[in-house]
Structure formats: C-alpha cells, structure tokens
Ligand binder design. Sequence first.
Ligand SMILES: [Fe+2]
Length: 222
Amino acid sequence: MMEEFVAFETVVYKASVKSIKEGKIDKEILKILDVVCDKYIEEAKKIAQESLDKRYEKFGKEVGDKGLSYHSTNELIDDIQFQVFNKFVLKTAENILDSQGFDLTNHKLKYTEMWVQEFTRAGGGHHDTHIHWNNHISGFYFLKCSDKTAQPIFHDPRPGKMMTQLPEKKEELITYASSKMVLKPKPGDLIMFNSYVPHQFPFDLGVEPFRFIHFNIQALPN
Ligand SMILES: [Fe+2]
C-alpha cells in the first residue's frame, strides 16, 4: 500500500441549517429568510419588467420570462433580518479557511455580494459555469427547491488535470478522478466552497419553485 499525500483537492461543504441559535433562542432562519425574500424577488421582477417588455420587439413572439432568473440587489448584506444568518455564514467561512490551513491573522472577512434569486416558472432558468473572482469563499443557501429543480454542478478548478482527463470508472461517484460533482440540495441546505471553484446551474424546467441566496466573501488585509 502506498502512503498518500493529499493536496490540491477541491472540497465543497454542505450542511442543513434550518435554524440558528441566537443566545437561548433558536431562530427559524429558513422560514424567516424565505418570507423576507418575497419583497426582494418582487422588486427584482419589477426591475426585470423593462427588459421583458422589449422581448416581444426583439423576438416577434410572446416568450414571457422564459429562461430568466430574477436577481435581487445586494441589500441583503445590510438587512437587519439577515444579521443572524450573515454572522453565522461569515464565521463558517472563517472556520473553513482556517481548517484548510490559511492564516487569517492579518485578514478580516467581508461580504462583497449577497443576493437572492428565483428561477422563472416558465422554465429555462440557468447559470452558466462561472467563478467569483477576487473573492475567497462563495456559497448558496436554498430557500425553495426539490428533486425536480436544478442542482448545482461543481467543476474541477485545475486546468492541468482537465487537459489530461482520463475516462472515469463511474462518473456518478465523487473520486480523485472526478471532473465534476453534482449536489442535491434540500430547503435549508447551506453549501460553501472556495470562490475559485467553477460552478453552474443547468436548465431548470420550472416545474417547482426554485429560490436560493448566493453570497461571496472576501478576506481583506487588516
Ligand atoms: Fe456563482
């Protein structure tokens, strides 16, 4: 048996966080944030209306809001109702970076972005593969989802490995050979990862409501 020295691996973290303790009180964060986010999604829909109105002009056909994902602004960072959640996630991000071996003595973590988004029920909502440059930890918090909604896909961030990728014995398993992994979230699931990990949401068919919070955190020098 050969000794293994593991490095350069990609870790994606997932936990069910339906409530968070604030002093002695268990705050039902999933329910609270979902209700609070209604107004942000309504606002996002109003903002999107202008470009939706132009669609008929552009396509010469009624396409409604097919393919759209309604994004809120970053107001969530400062929303008082989000403070318990935001503090919890920031501390979790610090724990993750610390456990990975990073020295944060001279850095402080700060949100750069946090928004809620909801995919259209007309179907076709999606996110192309992307990373969040100039950030260190990114994540999702799922408010509405099911086994019928889109599932996040994470891709191997190492181009050197991808250039020489061999076939995998079983693509559905997460192994050292994996080129991507698909996670199946449930409402209340918090998923976090290093911001350099490419991620995407494939086409959502709009069968059931799909709403989640997405955030990015940066470690700034003191
Ligand atoms: Fe993202």
